[in-house]
Each structure stands twice: as structure tokens, then as C-alpha cells.
Design a binder for this molecule. Structure first.
Ligand SMILES: CC(C)(COP(=O)(O)OP(=O)(O)OC[C@H]1O[C@@H](n2cnc3c(N)ncnc32)[C@H](O)[C@@H]1OP(=O)(O)O)[C@@H](O)C(=O)NCCC(=O)NCCS
Length: 187
């Protein structure tokens, strides 16, 4: 089972190991430290905890649990960092350990972020993703994000363009909780 819990400083060695093998321009320890110190930053890690079963659980306290088969016993398998400023949420970083991809953990982390945004009054979510990052773009599209623009040369390393994506978390005057729950069930 995977449980999603707030990221702490103690998580950084494991987070950095995943970051370095996942991102073309990995964040440094200092970058993560600065994020954890920002009041607008939210950060969660996905931790393995024992055996496996089926499906996504929405726990009463708001954390998301996802069961999947594993006998690796690896404690930390992914993370997500995002900002919530006023009524906007910006996904800043998300990654899953290479050995645990395509098991729904990225989806669970993203859902958790969007759920936190909805609960905090965010109405729109934004992110930038490398144009060539087809897997991440599919994940975001599945969650409900749409392409709204491109930023040529956005990434300094190789000047690759960023695709800017946006998602309306819920239409004004609707019940945000029910919309979010529909999105989770549609997975
Ligand atoms: C992007 C990332 C976080 C996805 O994590 P994940 O745990 O593998 O994603 P999930 O298993 O939850 O995938 C959910 C859905 O997203 C889509 N998806 C995810 N990865 C995909 C891939 N490589 N190719 C195609 N579709 C993909 C699929 O629709 C998938 O559903 P399915 O498995 O039922 O088909 C992971 O690939 C990763 O860490 N990549 C490196 C870091 C990165 O690119 N981060 C994003 C920067 S913007």
C-alpha cells in the first residue's frame, strides 16, 4: 500500500535520489529546502507501507492510499511539490521512482495535490511540462489538464519548449468536492 504524507526535511535524501534519476534538470537539495521553507509550498511523498491489494482509498483524514503489488520494501517511491497562491495551484515538481512507474502512484500524487487545491479554494491548476515528455503529458491530460500554450526555449539545459497546461478545478458555483470525487473515480 502507498500512503501520501507531507514531505519533511528527513525525506530529502530519498527524494533527491529519485529526482536525480527522473529529471533532466534535477532540483538540488537547496531547491527542495527552499521550497519546504516557503509558506505557499505544499509537498507530499508517497511511502510504501506493507502489502498490496486493489484500488484507491480515500481516507477520512484526507490522505490518499493506493494499493499495488510489491515486495521491494522501498520506503519512498514518489513525491509532488506545488504552490497554492490565492485561487491558483501550480504543480512545481512530480516524480515517481523508475521501478514503480505505471502503477498509479503519479496519478495518486497528482490527485492528492488537486484535492488539496480544491479544499483550499483553488479554482485553476497550472503546470509546465517538457514538450517531449509524452508520459507526463498523458498523465496530466488524463487528470483533466489541457494545453493552453507553449513557452519556446523554456528549459535552459537544451532550450526545449515547455507546454503550458491548465485545468479548471471546478466551475464557479458548483460543488468542488463532488467534481473532484468524480475525477478520482474516473481513473
Ligand atoms: C510522469 C510520472 C510522474 C508518472 O508517474 P506514474 O506513477 O508512472 O504514473 P501513473 O502510473 O499514475 O499513470 C497514470 C496515467 O498517466 C498516463 N501515463 C503515465 N506515464 C505514462 C507513460 N510513460 N506513457 C504513456 N502514458 C503514461 C497513463 O494514462 C497512465 O494510466 P495507465 O497506466 O492506466 O495507462 C513518472 O513517469 C515520472 O516520474 N517521470 C519522470 C519525472 C517527470 O517527467 N515528471 C513530470 C515533470 S513535468
Amino acid at each position: 500500500m502507498v500512503q501520501i504524507v507531507p514531505m519533511t526535511w528527513d525525506d530529502l535524501p530519498e527524494v533527491l535520489a529519485i529526482e536525480r534519476e527522473s529529471q533532466a534538470e534535477p532540483w538540488s537539495e537547496r531547491s527542495f529546502g527552499e521550497e519546504l521553507a516557503r509558506p505557499e509550498t505544499w509537498a507530499f511523498v508517497a511511502r510504501l507501507s506493507g502489502t498490496w491489494g486493489e484500488g484507491i482509498e480515500m481516507h477520512s483524514r484526507g490522505s490518499v492510499g493506493l494499493n499495488f503489488p510489491t515486495d521491494h520494501g522501498m520506503p519512498l517511491c514518489g513525491y509532488v511539490c506545488f504552490w497554492i497562491v490565492a485561487d491558483e495551484l501550480q504543480i512545481m515538481n512530480i516524480a515517481v521512482h523508475r521501478s514503480f512507474r505505471r502503477r498509479g502512484i503519479g496519478w495518486a500524487l497528482l490527485s492528492h495535490a488537486l484535492g488539496a487545491g480544491v479544499a483550499s479554494g483553488a479554482r485553476r491548476a497550472f503546470l509546465e511540462v517538457r514538450k517531449s515528455n509524452g508520459g507526463a503529458r498523458k498523465l496530466y491530460e488524463k487528470a483533466g489538464f489541457s494545453k493552453v500554450g507553449e513557452r519556446p526555449g523554456y528549459y535552459g539545459l537544451d532550450q526545449e519548449a515547455a507546454v503550458l497546461m491548465e485545468m479548471v478545478l471546478y466551475p464557479p458555483d458548483s460543488d468542488p468536492t463532488s467534481l473532484f470525487q468524480r475525477q478520482v473515480r474516473s481513473c
